[in-house]
Design a protein around this ligand. Structure first.
Ligand SMILES: [Zn+2]
Length: 155
C-alpha cells in the first residue's frame, strides 16, 4: 500500500520524540492505511464497533478521572485508576485540540489482564479508528478490548 503525502506527514508526527517521547507506532512499520484497515477488520471480527469501544472507554475515563488517582470499580470485574501526568498532547492528525497526558490503567481483577489508555487514545479511536501501532505503549489490541469490555457488559 502506497503512503499518501498526508499519511506520511501524520506518520512523521507519530514518530518517537515528536509529539511524545515514545511515539504512537511502536515497532510497527506498516503504512498508516494498512494499520487502520487491519484494526477495522479486527474490531469487526471481535464483534465490536469503534463506537461501542469509545462509549465504554470514555465512560471509564470519566469515572477514573473523577477519582483523582484512587482506584474505581467500573463493573464487570474491572478496576480503573487514572494516573496523572504533566502537560498536554495534540492529536497527530492536527487541528483537534490538545489532550491531558495522564493515563488510565484498566485491569481485570480476575485474570490480571490490563490495558492502558489516555484521553488521546479515546479520541484516536473515535475520530480516526486508530488503535496505535503494535508494540506501542498505548496499543489497544482489539481482541483484548473485546475480552475486557465484553466481560464488562455482563456486569
Ligand atoms: Zn484527531
Amino acid at each position: 500500500m502506497k503512503l499518501s503525502p498526508q499519511d506520511r506527514r501524520i506518520m512523521e508526527r507519530m514518530a518517537p520524540g515528536v509529539l511524545c517521547r515514545d511515539g504512537f507506532l511502536g515497532g510497527d512499520d506498516r503504512p498508516l492505511g494498512e494499520i487502520l484497515d487491519a484494526d477495522r477488520a479486527a474490531v469487526e471480527a471481535a464483534g465490536l464497533t469503534h463506537e461501542e469501544i469509545v462509549r465504554r472507554l470514555g465512560e471509564i475515563l470519566r469515572l477514573a478521572m473523577a477519582r483523582y488517582g484512587a482506584p474505581v470499580e467500573v463493573g464487570g470485574g474491572l478496576t480503573a485508576v487514572y494516573v496523572e501526568a504533566m502537560g498536554r498532547i495534540p492529536c497527530p492528525w492536527g487541528g483537534h485540540g490538545v489532550f491531558a497526558k495522564g493515563e488510565v490503567r484498566l485491569a481485570d481483577r480476575l485474570t490480571g489482564r490490563q490495558i492502558v489508555f489516555t484521553p488521546l487514545s479515546v479520541h484516536l479511536v473515535d475520530e480516526h479508528g486508530f488503535y496505535q501501532g503494535k508494540g506501542s505503549r498505548y496499543r489497544l489490541e482489539p481482541r483484548l478490548l473485546a475480552e475486557l469490555l465484553r466481560r464488562n457488559d455482563k456486569k
